[in-house]
Write a protein that binds this ligand. Structure first.
Ligand code: NAI
Length: 412
């Protein structure tokens, strides 16, 4: 962040609470940027504990286990932003955060590459039938044979879902000489020589390996069921690194037992244990040429580091410049600073007339607006105002008294 853009509220007084052992790298980044008032706890806090702890907190950093409920947000009178140092934001009551004008950031794409690489790795392992040979070797059985082992080169990879991960897998697969056929409900630009299929059936009918990269939605629940599996090429392979609910595992287990398909890699399950060491059961256990992993598709050191960097940068941009790109609550605005001005942020309920009330209040007091940008969502509006320096204090007071105001903050 630029050195000129110092916050009106001293950085060292911005009260930061980091839970769930957020990476030391992120903590260091905050300290290097002048945010020294940091409390770091190793675990998550219960709702009751959070209500007590969050009162004076300006910024909270969490991972996936801390629930930020409406009650917590009601108690968080000073909270400006929540940094979810993880991929999802389901743990935050986004509606309540929106209504309170609290910006929520996460790192949705930090582990895209981790998943894509492992899908390719699993494809190689399965098409060579390595899981069985690996188990045999561990058991002291020599199983040297070429029968049933193939190369990826020249085979067709079928991708269902061509978003961030699907399209990365596509690029890596083509580099290995595979043909890529994909289906996505949205129109997507094919990368490289990949081909868009008209429907999912076309992918299932033609792919040697089918890999799923769709989100969990009512439409994708049991998307790969008995009928869909029947549409796959005999001897094909199925990979699911997306979400557990997408595949009917009983139907898949039957298809593997009956040798209708020749292998599967499953990383996500309809029910997953809460913590390491917990018991885990699946109809896929004990089947031939099956790789089972405990939802680690995106779990790499690199992804953790990317998450720390990505979320920290988004938080700095918001705290220091008012930039909300990537926020799930406050509408996204990205404006460069204007020389010689103070920047004021105004968050309000999205009702008609607020912008004109702001402009009337300022113009009546002869306050010149050098730059202004408004963006709204269903619930709230977000205005970034760049005001001539000499009158900015008066402007703050005027803006606080505008009807429907939720939050006003002067940045620099
Ligand atoms: P994304 O949102 O970038 O892409 C998903 C794509 O699926 C979109 O292009 C969407 O249009 C498409 N889609 C939605 N419904 C569809 C349908 N019925 N048929 C075909 N296409 C459909 O998501 P991203 O980042 O690529 O993630 C994909 C999946 O991978 C998600 O379920 C995510 O939760 C999961 N994931 C799993 C990880 C792991 O550790 N195993 C780590 C990261 C993500």
């Amino acid at each position: 962040m630029s050195k000129q853009a110092s916050t009106s509220y001293p950085k060292e007084r911005i009260n930061i609470l980091f839970l769930e052992n957020i990476s030391e790298k992120a903590v260091q980044q905050f300290k290097q940027n002048g945010y020294t008032n940091i409390r770091k706890l190793s675990g998550a806090l219960s709702e009751e504990e959070l209500i007590k702890e969050i009162k004076d907190v300006h910024l909270i950093g969490i991972r996936s286990k801390t629930l930020i409920t409406k009650k917590v947000l009601d108690a968080a009178t000073k909270l400006q932003a929540i940094g979810c140092f993880c991929i999802g934001v389901n743990q935050v009551d986004l509606k309540a955060a929106t209504q309170k004008g609290v910006a929520v950031f996460n790192a949705p794409y930090s582990n895209t590459r981790s998943v894509a690489e492992l899908v390719i790795g699993a494809s190689v392992m399965l098409i060579r039938r390595i899981p069985d040979k690996n188990i045999a070797a561990h058991q002291g059985i020599w199983m040297k044979e070429a029968k049933g082992s193939y190369e990826l080169r020249g085979k067709t990879l079928g991708l269902i879902g061509y978003g961030n991960i699907g399209s990365q897998v596509s690029v890596l697969a083509e580099a290995l000489g595979m043909k890529v056929l994909f289906y996505d409900t949205e129109t997507k630009l094919p990368l490289g020589n990949a081909t868009a299929a008209k429907n999912m059936k076309e992918v299932l009918n033609n792919a040697d390996i089918v890999s799923l990269h769709v989100p969990e939605t009512p439409e994708t629940k049991l998307l790969i069921n008995k009928n869909a599996i029947k549409q796959m090429k005999p001897g094909a392979i199925l990979i699911n690194y997306a979400r557990g609910e997408v595949v009917d595992l009983k139907a898949l287990a039957t298809a593997l037992e009956e040798k209708q398909i020749s292998g599967a890699a499953i990383d996500v399950f309809p029910w997953e244990p809460e913590k390491n060491g917990d018991h885990f059961e699946s109809p896929m256990q004990g089947l031939k040429n099956v790789l089972l992993t405990p939802h680690i598709g995106g779990s790499t050191e690199e992804a953790q580091q990317n998450i720390g960097e990505d979320v920290s940068i988004k938080l700095f941009q918001y705290l220091e410049r008012g930039i909300t790109n990537g926020s799930h609550t406050v509408p996204a605005i990205g404006l460069p600073p204007i020389e010689g001005t103070h920047r004021i942020l105004h968050i309000h309920h999205n009702v008609p007339g607020v912008l004109s009330a702001i402009n009337t209040a300022l113009s009546k007091n002869k306050i010149n607006i050098v730059g202004q940008y408004l963006k709204t969502n269903e619930d709230i509006g977000y205005v970034v105002l760049d005001i001539e320096k000499k009158l900015s204090k008066t402007a703050i007071e005027l803006l606080k008294s505008v009807k429907s105001t939720i939050k006003v903050r002067m940045l620099y």
